[in-house]
Ligand binder design. Sequence first.
Ligand SMILES: [Zn+2]
Length: 276
Amino acid sequence: MKKKCIIFFFTLFGIISLTQAQNTSATTAHDLAMSWLSGTLIDLTYAFDDSTVYWPTEEGFVLEKGSEGYTDKGYYYTANGFRAAEHGGTHLDAPIHFAEGRQAVDAIPLQNLIGSGVVVDVREKAAQNADYQVSVADLQQWEAEHGEIPDSTIVLLRTGYGQYWPDRLQYMGTDERGAEAVAKLHFPGLHPEAARWLIENRAVKAVGLDTPSIDYGQSTLFETHQTLFKENIPAFENVAHLDQLPAQGFIVVALPMKIRGGSGAPLRMIAIIPEE
Ligand SMILES: [Zn+2]
């Protein structure tokens, strides 16, 4: 009888502590969500429509209009299809895009797509030179002002070219289409040496910027892509609204459409600036 009683109390105690643990984690999750949402949410994504900028060789985003209107049963119904290249608009470049055997879109760990971010502002230099490449000196300059880029950071480069979106001529140097237009691309990117410096000296999760490609427009070998992707560091391209972010002190959430085996994918990317 005594033994049964002990078992009973232990069971009761177990149930109570389990319930308390569940309540505690529910409360913690609620508090965490409320604290995130009491901050400022910034949409770093451009809407996808027929003006969305794609590489000159790509068709662009096509919304295939489907049903729209009241059915004969009396309810409203609308549904469309769409067609698009992986790389265009605000999107993710998966490591496999330029590195054989590296992660495709669906294989990138979620941990690499969510993290604290920093913004390296190179607007002044990029305004003088459409072929500007963000240098090691630019990264070191940021660190001199703000401290070392912490491990697991998402590094965003603000070239100022976002202000030209979606004017293709200003944003990417040409509004021509087709393979011949590629040689006429002019926009800033990340210098391959700076990509190497990040890999050798820092432990970043991902790199993003407000231009169509992480390599500058005149690149022919896409060395920055190759360098980052070999290390399974993905890139975010055509990132919107970097002008609304501080130099640091925000969280980035960059979730791509989970295309199995994809080399890239449309992205819904946001930033959260927690309340002070
Ligand atoms: Zn891309």
